[in-house]
Design a protein around this ligand. Structure first.
Ligand SMILES: Nc1ccn([C@H]2C[C@H](O)[C@@H](COP(=O)(O)OP(=O)(O)OP(=O)(O)O)O2)c(=O)n1
Length: 341
């Protein structure tokens, strides 16, 4: 495929991603999983090739594997039995998918919501890529991911999905920006703090972990929460979040100059999330929050992030929540790896 024609500038819906796969613009080492194409994104899967590296890097004018040779400490084979990626360490993993992007399309990756909720920092790398997570128009090459677990060590296998790719045609307008405040009055438990020295989170084991082994519940008396530097918190948005069926949104951190705290992971909100049409009315957004240098007193309703809405090129054939989704209708919700509290 040489050039991609879209009805209007925007993020590509599932059916266009399937067209790209059929045309060979997106290929993979192994057949695609039946649920890999999401309403407006493609989940990316780990291959069996990984490296423990000394430090994070951008490839500059070189290929990622050439740079890995400079920083690799150890080559790791990810086996079907699973490999533990340790917290506090940095890894590079080659992904199974590969791109040959036609003209008129760029792509951008971000962590899956489940990855952010277990505090695993991930970023996409491309050969000669000038920045993390962005894929340039016409990119023809492999994809890699930097993985840096922060709070918990994780168990992964070939095929584990930690991030997702959105494809974008043209230069779509930003339709709207909404502030997202934090809910500190929602119920007896207003949030969770990650336990230090907890066990390993098996990222392929849905509902497979007792949340009490990994999280401390937060109960508050005055609608205030003191964030401890270096600790990781899961909180919920004060308002419901609703994404129209022909739009998607990205959650971005607010300007750090208004506070020391920040939402830690750029999150992607699918078309239909929180809508009546997809049986999701009343869904909250989940916020992963940290403060870095100083303790910070967070108040109920305080703005911690913004949601930036963008159009899709057309309505997707399926909406978030119509099948196999874990976070439609959510309130305060840990990642899908944990059973209910
Ligand atoms: N900070 C964030 C980011 C996302 N979401 C919600 C909106 C998304 O539409 C939904 C699912 O996001 P992902 O597809 O990234 O999540 P997963 O792939 O991990 O979950 P699922 O298995 O449900 O697709 O989670 C959220 O509540 N808070």
């Amino acid at each position: 495929m040489n050039a991609f024609q879209a009805p209007r500038p925007g993020i590509l819906p599932a059916q266009s991603i399937e067209t790209l796969i059929a045309a060979g613009a997106i290929t993979s080492d192994t057949p695609f999983d039946h649920d890999q194409v999401q309403p407006a994104s493609l989940d990316l899967r780990l291959s069996d090739q990984a490296w423990r590296v000394r430090a994070s890097f951008l490839p500059g004018r070189r290929k990622v594997e050439e740079r890995i040779a400079d920083v690799a400490m150890h080559r790791i084979e990810i086996t079907d039995a699973g490999v533990v990626l340790e917290k506090g360490c940095v890894y590079i993993v080659r992904l199974q998918e590969r791109l040959n992007l036609p003209k008129g399309l760029i792509a951008r990756a971000n962590p899956k919501s489940s990855t952010g909720r277990v505090d695993v920092f991930v970023r996409l790398l491309t050969d000669q890529g000038a920045s993390f997570d962005d894929v340039a128009e016409g990119y023809d090459g492999p994809l890699y991911m930097e993985v840096a677990p922060q709070t918990f060590s994780i168990l992964v296998r070939p095929g584990t999905r930690l991030n997702q790719l959105r494809l974008k045609a043209g230069d779509p307008p930003k339709l709207e920006t909404r502030s997202v405040g934090v809910d500190l009055q929602g119920g007896d438990i207003v949030g969770f703090r990650g336990r230090r020295h907890a066990g390993v989170v098996d990222l392929d084991h849905i509902d497979g972990h007792d949340p009490r082994d990994f999280w401390e519940p937060l109960t508050l008396r005055r609608g205030e929460l003191l964030l401890d530097p270096g600790e990781f918190y899961i909180l919920a948005s004060s308002d419901d979040v609703e994404i129209p069926v022909d739009q998607a949104a990205e959650m971005t951190p607010i300007d750090p100059s208004v506070g020391e705290f920040r939402v830690h992971y750029a999150g992607f909100f699918d078309p239909g999330f929180g809508t009546d049409e997809a049986h999701g009315a009343g869904s909250k957004g989940v916020l992963e929050v940290r403060t870095h240098d100083t303790p910070f007193l967070l108040e109920h309703g305080q703005i911690v992030a913004r949601l930036v809405y963008e159009p899709l090129t057309e309505r997707p054939v399926r909406l978030y929540g119509e099948s196999g989704s874990h976070y439609q209708n959510q309130g305060l919700k840990l990642s899908k790896h944990f059973r209910g509290w």
